[in-house]
Design a protein around this ligand. Structure first.
Ligand code: SAM
Length: 290
């Protein structure tokens, strides 16, 4: 319970954005329980799922449904309830609402209309993965889900190829192998990455290696393509990737090395894909022979 001098757990007319566990129910935050208990209603992505969660904690509340396919009436209803002085707790199926989950229009509109919007922080798969993956996380870029179609996914990755911050993706298990292959081809097979799976659950796994190693590992072991997945990829080395830089680097390396070795070293230095560099090395070697 709130101690003297602390903010009350819930206040009429406020919107609470409440994080819930991403697997392990022991991660439910005491303040989240207090707020859920005190709110007039709980606004949920999937009311059946949330009812089970609340039931587990002995909380029985009226539920309202709000998800990406709700019409504008659902949003308006929430805003009317806030205006009528009801406190609402917004939750998603797992983790932090709005992070690759519904809730943005409600939070945005509630703020615009002057309601107090209060975060109740707790689990988030992206942050949990980052905290334990062993990749730099002073600065990172959360990319959510990549496009499902290959051409759009590769175009999205091309735009990220030179990003120097650690990249964080959510991925569906059935697309993992294809996404890893695309990552290796666009970012270079030598780029470091971590596959964080089933966080906080029984089969929690962290697999670290180069993208090439992860492609092979996942192809060999179908178990790695099960469950919930966060994919983290190290950022590009500073100043890497410019075509001119690669050309100059390869030209210098080719003075001492055959094309295959020059491409391997250049891939390590630039993070670019080895096969593409090999083709470029052959082209440069051909030019110098002419
Ligand atoms: N709002 C959630 C959060 O705060 O992390 C994310 C919801 S998003 C719809 C679901 C995706 O998050 C999953 O497909 C997976 O990529 C990731 N995810 C959720 N729980 C996870 C877990 N326990 N382990 C690994 N990834 C998880």
């Amino acid at each position: 319970m709130a101690k003297k001098g602390e903010r009350l757990a819930s206040k009429p007319g406020d919107l609470y954005v409440v994080a819930t566990p991403i697997g392990n129910l022991g991660d439910m935050v005491p303040r989240a329980l207090e707020v859920l208990q005190g709110a007039a209603r709980v606004v949920a992505e999937d009311t059946r799922h949330t009812r089970r969660l609340l039931h587990h904690f002995g909380i029985h509340k009226p539920l309202l449904s709000l998800h990406d396919h709700s019409g504008p009436e659902a949003l308006e209803r929430c805003l009317e309830l806030l205006a009528a002085g009801e406190s609402l707790a917004l939750v998603c199926d797992a983790g932090t609402p709005l992070v690759a989950d519904p809730g943005f229009p409600l939070v945005r509109e509630a703020r615009r209309r002057g309601f107090r919007v209060v975060p109740i922080p707790g689990p988030c798969a992206a942050v949990a993965a980052l905290s334990a993956a062993g990749l730099p996380c002073e600065r990172f870029a959360f990319e959510g889900f990549l496009p499902a179609r290959r051409a759009a996914r590769r175009a999205a990755l091309e735009r990220l190829r030179r990003e120097e911050r650690t990249l964080v993706f959510y991925e569906a298990p059935h697309r993992l192998a294809a996404t890893l292959t695309d990552l290796a081809e666009v970012f270079g097979s030598e780029r470091e990455a971590v596959l964080a799976r089933e966080l906080t659950k029984l089969h929690e796994t962290f697999l670290a290696g180069t993208l090439e190693e992860l492609v092979e590992r996942v192809a060999r072991d179908p178990d790695q393509q099960r469950g919930e997945i966060v994919l983290l990829v190290a950022g590009a080395p500073p100043d890497s990737g410019g075509d001119l830089d690669c050309r100059r680097l390869l030209a210098a390396l080719l003075e001492a090395l055959p094309p295959a070795s020059a491409a391997r070293v250049a891939a390590k230095v630039t993070g670019r894909e080895r096969r593409a560099l090999y083709r470029l090395a052959l082209e440069i070697a051909g030019e110098s022979e002419r």
